[in-house]
Design a protein around this ligand. Structure first.
Ligand SMILES: C[S@@+](CC[C@H](N)C(=O)[O-])C[C@H]1O[C@@H](n2cnc3c(N)ncnc32)[C@H](O)[C@@H]1O
Length: 138
């Protein structure tokens, strides 16, 4: 589970699960913890500083691994894939995906992406899309 924004809170609330998040950036962990505490979920969600290719969990630990918009940032993609599979229980589920934007998007696509994935040009790591958005989310 990621350690950014409201998504850990949404996952825990909507799926009625307990969870842990891993992120190498301290301020992301602090913000995620603040969101979790504000939602009254501190007894169900914890965060650890770390990286996905070296997780401090025993093998076969998790029922579900959720990873959004992170794999494009990792240095060691093979190690990350191996590690995510290692920590899952046999028969566990892994959802890892990354959103991208290209010139092929037409006028209707930004709204669809924002609605389903919560992604916005204003928060894109791609400076071209941030510039095009003029600082405004879709
Ligand atoms: C675009 S954010 C996505 C956050 C979250 N998954 C979401 O959907 O809201 C990317 C996050 O990946 C984290 N990150 C970067 N490299 C990482 C790594 N090797 N292992 C784990 N997280 C990493 C960043 O610190 C950042 O918090």
């Amino acid at each position: 589970m990621p350690a950014v924004g409201a998504r850990p809170v949404e996952l825990v609330q909507q799926c009625d699960i307990d969870g842990v998040g891993v992120d190498p950036v301290e301020i992301h962990i602090d913000r995620a913890m603040a969101a979790v505490e504000a939602a009254g979920l501190a007894d169900r969600v914890t965060f650890h500083r770390g990286v996905m290719h070296d997780l401090a969990y025993e093998g076969g630990h998790f029922d579900f691994v959720w990873c959004r918009d992170v794999v494009k940032q990792v240095d060691d993609l093979d190690g990350t894939s191996t590690e995510l599979v290692r920590v899952m229980k046999p028969g566990g589920r892994l959802l890892a995906y990354t959103t991208i934007t290209t010139e092929l998007l037409d006028d209707r696509d930004p709204e669809m992406i924002r609605r389903h994935l919560g992604t916005s040009t204003a928060t894109s790591i791609d400076p071209i899309w941030r510039q095009r958005s003029g600082g405004q989310a879709w």
